[in-house]
Design a protein. Sequence first.
Lengths: 316, 471
Amino acid sequence: MLSRTADNLYWLSRYVERADCLARILDVSQRLAYTPVTYGGSTNEWGSAVLTAGCADMFTERYGPLDDAKEEDVVSFLAFAPENPASIRNCFEVARTNARSVRTALTSEMWDVINSAWIELRNFPNRSLTRDELSRFLAFVKETSLRFDGATFRTMLRNDGYWFARSGAQLERSDNTARILDVKYHVLLPEKEHVGGPLDYFQWASILRSVSALTAFHWVYRDSVKPWLVADLLILNRQMPRSLAACYDSLARNLDDIASAYGRQGPSQRLARSMLARLSNRSIEDIFQAGLHEFISEFISDNNKLGAAITEQYLT
Amino acid sequence: MRQAFDEMSSIDGQVRPAYETLQHWLSSVPQDVLAHRRQEAEYIFRRIGITFAVYGEQNAQERLIPFDIVPRIITKDEWSRLSKGLEQRVKALNHYIRDVYTKREVLRAGVVPEDLVYKNPAFRPEMNGQRVPHDLYVHIAGIDIVRTDPDTFYVLEDNARTPSGVSYMLENREIMLRLFPELFSMHKVAPVENYADDLLATLRSLSPNGGHEPNVAILTPGIYNSAYYEHSFLADKLGVDLVEGRDLFVKDCTVYMRTTEGPKRVDVIYRRLDDDFLDPLAFRPDSVLGVPGLMSAYRAGNVTLTNAVGTGVADDKAVYSYMPEIIRFYLGEEPLLPNVPTWRCREADHLKYVLEHLPDLVVKEVHGSGGYGMLVGPAADKMQIEKFREKLIADPDNFIAQPTLALSTCPTLVEKGIAPRHVDLRPFILSGSDKVRIVPGGLTRVAMKEGSLVVNSSQGGGTKDTWVLDA
């Protein structure tokens, strides 16, 4: 297929995934911000949302230090700001532009999701939203990504186009999970542990919530929320669809499908496989031992390298 | 202006036979049901994203073309006359263009003045002496037809560059089938959906390289082009790649596209990009939409461009006025479809007549399109006419004039119910190396404003489904 078409499919999926992740971050921040401080609510939850979204520099330039970040500013910046290239609004705009350029590579169902979301987006005002409006907006964003994934899964031919689209989504998803861990890793560290303390419980639960895994946690571990288990679930557990291991499982498989369809392996296949191996043959204790923060930083950087390798190998 | 001929109710109000069933049906369906279905159609169009852009309008980047749910009907006999005339016309256009770029017999015989070729901005000296695959230039033509009475169809305009609108012809039919299946059970309507197959067969037949399965691609200027929807629609229906200039490159006079599996050779390019932008090395150097070196591959005969480069030399309004002579010259036949009588302002006696009769005439720019830059005399006030007079005197070569035709009308659903509105028709004629293909029908454009004769979508015109009855 045309490299540009593959590139558009790949980024289209990335942007939809990113919008979904931003919506979750805002959701959780809102929840934590309204939780009393004695129950783990924190005063700078909005600042950490900006940090997780990965646009701290641009935000502080405009609104000042993250510690003083105000809800109103953060919501408008992450959700709507036209000047923030990674705002939810812009994610949808770019996704639709990409979708228009590859209309022929999308099924009509996929196009319909993107196009109607784009039309619907105009019904949300640009001014700051009431709590109620914000909840509805976030639900709409999550709904859109669910519908898009569903349409992709149900209607798209299983060929290179599908694999590129899925690779984009998985790469973005693992990046998002890793960034959530990166910002919050300190609450997962053993030395900060006060088992049973309400403060940490809410922090841990909020991490799980930000990847929709609170219920899943109990099903998987049948235990109360413990920091090392949270880390295990998000990093190594393949049952958890947003864990780094599950994302790489699927990334490696999609890239292998591409390679076998084209009859040629390349750097991106090798990179994905070595990352998957790193996530496979170790326990969460090993990772803690070697340093959780170091592990996550390295992962984020390697994940970016894989993105670059895919672009180099196929998309240009 | 005399009263227009209505395609349903004629002039005397007598419903014409082909429309009887439709008329009966229309009068039995409540107005609000019709209005509701029209809304539904609009909703579907918006969802599918069938939009177009109007250049120079802020915030109107994507607009819908109004769709009218009342179909326009053409009988089998009428169509058979039309299609013969269309085929003849396109054959003559192909002969003319080949001649202009090779032997120029038409100029030597004095049939067409040399100026119209050499001073024509669409004339491409790069094409002089250049053979094109299968000697065909206009592979996809859109010929605009208007009607004034039961027996008279005129050719209003030839479009030999990159005529658009065919996606509306196809989508309009899909929508009608969806919204009014009952109507199709009452009429035998000739299908149009095979257009995509016909187009693909035509494009494949034009490949310069026998032997292997030709790789066909559609070249678009990109998503900001007003007809982008149509480009992607056609690529989808044909199952071929929709490429932009940056997806292609030329090496050793051969065109390749960049794919995820490396370079892939391209044999036929259905380009929806004007000549000027095709190749920055040959034409406009500032074009970022084109493909550097494309002309060298074309000249070497390694790729077919449809339509050929330089076809614009045959479809401006000055050349139009010579089309009857051109048909006689190459085919030795009388034109089956007449031209609208046309005064060429470049000729002194014609200019004199035009200046004396401005309030009665339609005056158009020779190279104008989209309904811009024209004067509709009867609809203009004194000021407008005088202003236009100055323009005309300053550059008479640039204008032609025609009588204000009473374009036929067709019943159309408007605010106040069903009312007559003026229509035209653009059939699409495909010329392959094997044969000429025309799907029955075409795009009917309708002027939605009462009394208006301007059907162009850029000026508020709408479209209708066009039915050629099979019995």
